[in-house]
Design a protein around this ligand. Structure first.
Ligand SMILES: [Zn+2]
Length: 281
């Protein structure tokens, strides 16, 4: 969520002022479990999200939040700033692996998180290959210059195409933003030896895999990423430094009274044509 500071409690020490445009981290963390104490509050034992687990919601005209979770956005427009939260999800996932300019990243899925992963990976100097089957999402990935190459794994052999694009080596790093078992297997197979796969997607079903065949041979690494922690400030700086225009990912702007018909319904029934629907309060 993005918004403007309306008031600051007397006992809060901050450089921010009333009227400043800001974004808020939506995560709720306990602050005293081992992960929180280590600074990894996205791994909190009782982690929740504002609006899902309590503390009011983001569809409110006013909300009270902890000042530690508020970040100034400078001259980033408020509408684009609403994208900083999913942007930070991608930023965190990429920070878990040591990506370098000139490497090739393979992103499974050109949905909202996949596209934002592509934006960040491109900004960090990587070649981005996306795997996607929806024509609308393929078009978006190419039209927005988020992907250098888009491969449809139902039409082409993903492994062979990635090898062609990487001089036979395979992708240095891969990100799963789909959450389907078949995609996870494909991404692992297209990784180079000792490459890393980061699972950003929410998998709702258990998966079956041959650990020796898929990870032992080639010494591949797989890990998960959840939310963000200490990422917003750097993510905002990257957007500002690289003049990243997030407006291309806003696919509609609606009033709160239209949220079911023009918000939830299209996201449910026509997901492939939507990335972020902004609700103005
Ligand atoms: Zn905690």
């Amino acid at each position: 969520m993005s918004g403007t500071i309306e008031a600051i409690a007397d006992d809060v020490e901050t450089d921010m002022k009333v009227g400043d445009p800001v974004v808020v981290e939506s995560e709720m963390a306990c602050g005293h479990c081992p992960a929180c104490k280590a600074g990894n509050y996205n791994d909190c034992e009782v982690m929740g999200f504002i609006g899902v687990n309590g503390w009011g919601g983001e569809l409110s005209e006013h909300i009270v939040v902890d000042a530690r979770r508020v970040y100034p956005i400078g001259d980033i427009p408020l509408d684009q700033a609403a994208m900083i939260e999913p942007f930070a999800v991608g930023y965190h996932a990429i920070r878990l692996v040591d990506v370098q300019p000139g490497q090739t990243a393979l992103v499974g899925g050109a949905g909202p998180i996949g596209l934002l992963l592509g934006v960040i990976l491109k900004a960090k100097g990587l070649k981005v290959i996306m795997s996607e089957i929806s024509q609308a999402r393929k078009d978006k990935a190419l039209d927005s210059h988020v992907a250098d190459v888009v491969i449809d794994p139902t039409k082409d052999d993903l492994l062979e195409r990635v090898k062609e694009e990487t001089d036979g080596k395979g992708a240095d790093v891969a990100f799963d933003s789909v959450g389907a078992e078949s995609v996870m297997h494909q991404l692992l197979s297209a990784l180079k030896a000792q490459g890393h796969l980061i699972i950003v997607a929410l998998h709702v079903r258990p998966v079956t895999m041959n650990l020796t065949k898929e990870m032992g041979f080639g010494e591949k690494f797989m890990g998960g990423s959840m939310g963000y922690a200490n990422d917003h400030a750097d993510a905002i700086k990257l957007i500002q430094d690289r003049h990243i225009d997030l407006s291309t990912f806003i696919t509609d702007r609606i009033k709160v009274e239209d949220i079911v018909e023009k918000g939830f319904r299209p996201l449910h029934e026509d997901a492939e044509h939507h990335i972020k629907i902004l609700v103005e309060m």
